[in-house]
Design a protein around this ligand. Structure first.
Ligand code: NAP
Ligand code: GDD
Length: 327
C-alpha cells in the first residue's frame, strides 16, 4: 500500500485528490493547520479514511513531524493562501505561505529522504496565475512568466524552487501548472462558486442581485475532479517534470453568468448583476488559455467535463443546497 501526505487537504483539491488516492488504495495522510480547525469535522464526515496530522507550512518542524509520522511515498503540496484578491491585502502572509512554504516543505522532504533524495515523490501546485500579463497565447510550459498579483509572484517562487531542488538534489519534484479548476466544493470567494450560489438564491427568491468585478475576464476553466488525476499521473512518471494542465478553451465570466442563469430559467440575467469597484483588482489577468498538449501526450491525461457541464454541475449543486437549507 502506497502512502501519501497531502497538504491543503481541507481545500477543494485536497478533497478530490484524497478521494482519488483512497480509491487507488493509498493510505492518505492530510496535514491540517490550526489548533481547532473546524474543517476537521468535515473531513471526519466526508473522508473518514484520511488520517489527520496537524502542521503548518510556516513551521518546518511540524512538517518534519508529519513526514516522520506518515512515511510517505508521495507528497502533494496543495496548501497555500490561494485567493488572488486577498493576496494584495495580505502580501507578506501570502509570500510566506504560498512562496516560502514551498521551500519549507521541500527542505523537510530533502532532510527526511536523506541519501535517497528521489525516494519521496513531490508535487507542487503551481498556477496559471503565474502567466499573468500573458506573453504568448496559448500558454505552455515554456511561456515567460509575468505574474500580476502577490499570489502569482509567490507561486513563481514556489515553481522555481521546486525546479531548483530537482536540479540541485536529484529530487523527484514535479510542478503542475494548473489552470483554473472548479467544482461544487469550490470556496464561495471564487467567482464561479460566488455566481452559482447567488444564482441558486436568486432562483429561490432569497436574493435579488449579485455584485461582481470585471466580468469580461477570461479563464480556462476545468473540473477539479479531472485535474487531480493529472497530479497523480505526474508522480507516476519515471522522471519528474513540469506540466500545464488546462482545457485549451477560454470563456469569460459573462459567459459563465449566462449559462448559470439560463440553467434556472432566467434569461434577462443582466438586471441581477451589478458591478462593484471593490471587486476589481489592482492588476488584472485578462486572459488565460492553456496548451496542455504535453500532459496529454506524456501523461495520457484528458479532461472529461466541458465548460457548460461544469457550470451546470455547480448551479445544480447549489440549487439543491439552497432547497435543503444547507447554505
Ligand atoms: P483552497 O481550496 O483554497 O485550499 C487551500 C488549502 O491550503 C486549504 O486546505 C488551507 O487550509 C491550506 N492552507 C492555507 N494556509 C496554510 C498553511 N499555512 N499551512 C498549511 N496549509 C495551509 O485551494 P484549492 O483550490 O484546493 O487549490 C489547491 C492548490 O492548488 C493551492 O496551492 C492553489 O494555490 C493551487 N491552484 C489552484 C487552482 C484552482 O483553480 N483551484 C489553480 C492553480 C493552482 P484551511 O482550510 O485551514 O484554510
Ligand atoms: N473572486 C471574484 N469575485 N472574481 C471576480 C469577481 C468577483 O466578484 N468579479 C469578477 N471576477 C474575475 C476576477 O477579476 C478574475 O479575473 C476572474 O473573475 C477569476 O477570479 P477567481 O475566481 O477569484 O480566480 P482567479 O483566476 O483569480 O484565481 C484562481 O485560479 C488561479 C489559477 O489561474 C485561484 O484558484 C488561484 O488559486 C489559482 O491559482
Amino acid at each position: 500500500m502506497k502512502r501519501a501526505l497531502v497538504t491543503g487537504v481541507t481545500g477543494q483539491d485536497g478533497y478530490y485528490l484524497s478521494k482519488l488516492l483512497l480509491s487507488k488504495g493509498y493510505e492518505v495522510y492530510g496535514l491540517v493547520r490550526g489548533q481547532n480547525n473546524p474543517k476537521i469535522e468535515f473531513l471526519h464526515e466526508h473522508l473518514p479514511e484520511v488520517k489527520i496530522l496537524t502542521g503548518d507550512l510556516l513551521d518546518v518542524s511540524s512538517l518534519m513531524r508529519a513526514l516522520a509520522a506518515s512515511k510517505p511515498d508521495e507528497v502533494y503540496n496543495l496548501g497555500a493562501i490561494s485567493f488572488v484578491a486577498y493576496s494584495w491585502e495580505n502580501a507578506f502572509l501570502t509570500s510566506d505561505v504560498t512562496g516560502k512554504g514551498v521551500l519549507n516543505i521541500l527542505e523537510a522532504v530533502r532532510l527526511y529522504a536523506g541519501d535517497k533524495p528521489d525516494s519521496v515523490r513531490f508535487y507542487q501546485a503551481s498556477s496559471s496565475e503565474m502567466f499573468g500579463k500573458v506573453q504568448h497565447v496559448p500558454q505552455s510550459e515554456s511561456t515567460l512568466l509575468w505574474p500580476r498579483s502577490p499570489y502569482g509572484v509567490a507561486k513563481v517562487f514556489g515553481h522555481y524552487i521546486t525546479i531548483n531542488y530537482r536540479e540541485s538534489y536529484g529530487m523527484h519534484a514535479s510542478s503542475g501548472i494548473l489552470f483554473n479548476h472548479e467544482s461544487p466544493m469550490r470556496g464561495p470567494e471564487f467567482v464561479t462558486r460566488k455566481i452559482s450560489l447567488a444564482v441558486a438564491k436568486i432562483a429561490a427568491g432569497q436574493q435579488d442581485r449579485i455584485s461582481l468585478g470585471n466580468i469580461e475576464a477570461k479563464r480556462d476553466w476545468g473540473f477539479a475532479g479531472d485535474y487531480v488525476d493529472a497530479m497523480w499521473r505526474m508522480l507516476q512518471q519515471d522522471e519528474a517534470d513540469d506540466y500545464v494542465v488546462s482545457t485549451n478553451e477560454t470563456h469569460s465570466v459573462r459567459e459563465y453568468l449566462e449559462i448559470a442563469f439560463n440553467r434556472v430559467g432566467i434569461t434577462d440575467w443582466e438586471k441581477h448583476v451589478y458591478q462593484d469597484p471593490q471587486f476589481f483588482r489592482p492588476a488584472e489577468v485578462d486572459l488565460l488559455i492553456g496548451d496542455a498538449s504535453k500532459a496529454q501526450a506524456k501523461l495520457g491525461w484528458k479532461r472529461e467535463v466541458d465548460f457548460p457541464s461544469l457550470v451546470t454541475m455547480m448551479v445544480d449543486a447549489d440549487v439543491e443546497r439552497v432547497a435543503n437549507n444547507l447554505v
